[in-house]
Design a protein around this ligand. Structure first.
Ligand code: SAM
Ligand code: MG
Length: 214
């Protein structure tokens, strides 16, 4: 049987990245996606914005919605201070299997908790499963029609605190109009757009960074 794109992406990592070196894993994936096959990672250009937000937030608890092959997971985890935890959710078992191997190649398995399942089912379980009180940073990058309902679920479950940062990818392409409308108009958030391009293309896309005001 033919291999899948995530399997080919993993093979490129194992061929071209140094074990235990997260930045070489990120570079190997970007090179694969620019030279061989496009894939839905946040990518190098928006990845730099993601890195700055992670660095300035210096979070100890991070939630990522949508792991895919763990490209952004590795980017985020490599910048986290010691003793911090990153929980990343993925409902596709084939992607989760590849992601675990990418994370292991980067040597970041101790910092990352990859949980298989749907965000709508898992968000209400964060407190009991992981003893998380609130998140410092949430990266939204799963299916675009889930951004708004899952944000409301995070609010309802008390997982946001005054100052929690929501960072949402692909708010222009493919686009998340209902989420943007909500987050930009709610008095509970202070929101700002970071203009960039869809991963590995010249098409406009960007990240929306929103601070929960409580
Ligand atoms: N964040 C990744 C990166 O930048 O490297 C890319 C994530 S990809 C754009 C979106 C992923 O979210 C897919 O792998 C998809 O299977 C997963 N997904 C979509 N909806 C989900 C949900 N409700 N719960 C869990 N995973 C979901
Ligand atoms: Mg994305």
């Amino acid at each position: 049987t033919r291999s899948t794109r995530p399997q080919r992406l993993l093979a490129a990592v194992q061929k071209n990245a140094t074990r235990g070196d997260p930045r070489s894993v990120v570079s190997a994936i970007d090179q694969f996606c620019r030279q061989k096959e496009w894939a839905m990672n946040v990518g190098d250009e928006k990845g730099c914005i993601l890195d700055s937000v992670v660095s300035e937030t210096n979070p100890t608890t991070v939630l990522e919605l949508g792991t895919y092959c763990a490209y952004s997971t590795v980017r985020i985890a490599s910048l986290l201070p010691p003793h911090s935890k990153l929980i990343t959710l993925e409902f596709n078992p084939d992607y989760a299997k590849i992601a675990r191997q990418v994370i292991a190649w980067a040597g970041l398995q101790d910092k990352i908790n990859l949980v298989e399942g749907a965000s709508g089912d898992l968000i209400p379980k964060m407190k009991e499963m992981f003893g998380v009180n609130t998140f410092d940073l949430v990266f939204l990058d799963h299916w675009k029609d889930r951004y708004l309902p899952d944000t409301k679920l995070l609010e309802k479950c008390g997982l946001l605190r005054k100052g929690t940062i929501l960072l949402a990818d692909n708010v222009i392409c493919p686009g998340t109009p209902d989420y943007l409308e909500y987050i930009r108009n709610s008095p509970q958030y202070e929101s700002r757009y970071f203009k960039s391009h869809l991963e590995y293309t010249k098409v406009e896309d960007g990240l929306e960074k929103s601070v929960f005001l409580g």
